[in-house]
Ligand binder design. Sequence first.
Ligand SMILES: [Zn+2]
Ligand SMILES: [Zn+2]
Length: 228
Amino acid sequence: MGGENVKITILQRLLQMIAPDLCYFCGKIGASFCEYCKYDITYDSLSVCFRCNAPSPVGVCAKHDTYITQVIMIGSYEDGLKKALEGLKFCNDRFVSEPLAELLAIRAPFFPTDAVVTPIPTLRASIRRRGYDQAFLLARAFARRRGLEMRRLVERSGSFVQHDTESRLQRERQVRGSFTIKANTSIPETVILIDDIITTGATVNEVAKVLRQVGVVRVYVMAIAHPI
Ligand SMILES: [Zn+2]
Ligand SMILES: [Zn+2]
């Protein structure tokens, strides 16, 4: 893992010499998110419920039947965050996972030191198409910045096809039973689930349910963006 990180850093440096990073928000040369924009997005991040978009300081209102302790989302799916996520998901820009994970690390609340960071399992077909697992990259980079353990706790089970146009109800039905806990893994008390975008929230809620069923006490969800 360490060797791979060193390789990534060298490759990043080379790429920066050829094509320097531009701020995804203001276009300034130097970093994917310049100091000003980084401050703005993390200081004034999204405080809405992940299910109904009502204002909520903990990202979820009490009226929902949810398994999640707190949802932290950096911003709405537009502007620079949309551009950065499109780069990560569709344009083969795996390195943007690092500055995006930095946003998560800045915005994250205090977590117990024995909390385990885990990515939302990505569809196998998407990993094949992209050549990497973007949720895994985000989770690993975030965990490293916060000095927390990163471990895959959940995996997808069964065949599962995702359609973007589905309603929340359809999505909830579809994801039911789609996730299982990995065999032979110890169960931590606190889990931080990492995803790139939360749309209906059906997937993160289902994964949180599976984690709670095996004894996880607190499930935090952190994501880069949410459409509002
Ligand atoms: Zn900027
Ligand atoms: Zn709500």
